[in-house]
Write a protein that binds this ligand. Structure first.
Ligand SMILES: C[S@@+](CC[C@H](N)C(=O)[O-])C[C@H]1O[C@@H](n2cnc3c(N)ncnc32)[C@H](O)[C@@H]1O
Length: 196
């Protein structure tokens, strides 16, 4: 994931538009924490939290020893996001990188409810993942289908349909749902939405 993250992070950070510079970011299942690092570089007033199991946070600790300029902006929160509550804070930016494909529909909706409770009006959620039914060139569609099959066969997960994720978001108070395909990482896309 560190290798994959380091190849997508620059484009992800540059393509996600915020209504205002975010102040508090929660990176759910953030592992290596590379997304927190780059968002903190882009927004120097941002405080970011990497949330993960202890094994994931070990990765984040390595990153923080390497990225000393932004390390003071980033903290770590040990949590099982399926079984525990999220931190008792309000965030104005929540990032989910390669998380929803590993959860079933019910678990995703439970997580979205927790995120809705942890965010204030006008907050941004960004969901980097691989989606089915993507529009785009035959190459982009082919890569997305292959990734979906791989997730299903080898990782017990699935690539969700954009319209389904949009429905989950709208059910939990998010609007302005938009899909952006990464041009440098075909098959990967980011869904963004704004809390109403
Ligand atoms: C596929 S990796 C994604 C890492 C990173 N977000 C990225 O996009 O590169 C999934 C991460 O979620 C964490 N994770 C999965 N289920 C979790 C749970 N129930 N509670 C906390 N962390 C979890 C894993 O430890 C892992 O670090």
């Amino acid at each position: 994931m560190r290798w994959l993250g380091s190849s997508t992070v620059t484009e992800v950070v540059s393509r996600i538009k915020m209504p205002a510079p975010p102040k508090k970011m929660l990176d759910i299942g953030g592992s290596h924490g590379l997304y927190c690092v780059e968002f903190c570089r882009k927004y120097p007033a941002l405080k970011a939290t990497v949330l993960d199991w202890p094994i994931g946070l070990e990765n984040a600790k390595i990153t923080l020893t390497q990225e000393k300029d932004v390390a003071p902006q980033i903290d770590l929160f040990e949590c099982d996001f399926e079984n525990d509550d999220l931190p008792p804070e309000k965030y104005d930016f929540v990032f989910l990188g390669n998380i929803i494909h590993g959860l079933n529909e019910d678990a995703n909706q439970v997580l979205f409810k927790k995120i809705a409770n942890a965010t204030a009006s006008n907050s941004t959620i960004a969901i980097l993942d691989q989606y089915s039914n993507v529009k785009g060139s035959p190459f982009v569609k082919g890569v997305a289908s292959l990734i979906g099959w791989n997730l299903f066969l080898f990782a017990g997960g699935r690539a969700y349909d954009f319209d389904l994720v949009k429905k989950w978001l709208e059910n939990h108070g998010f609007g302005s749902v938009a899909l952006t395909h990464l041009s440098r990482s075909p098959g990967f896309s980011v869904i963004t939405a704004r809390k109403k």
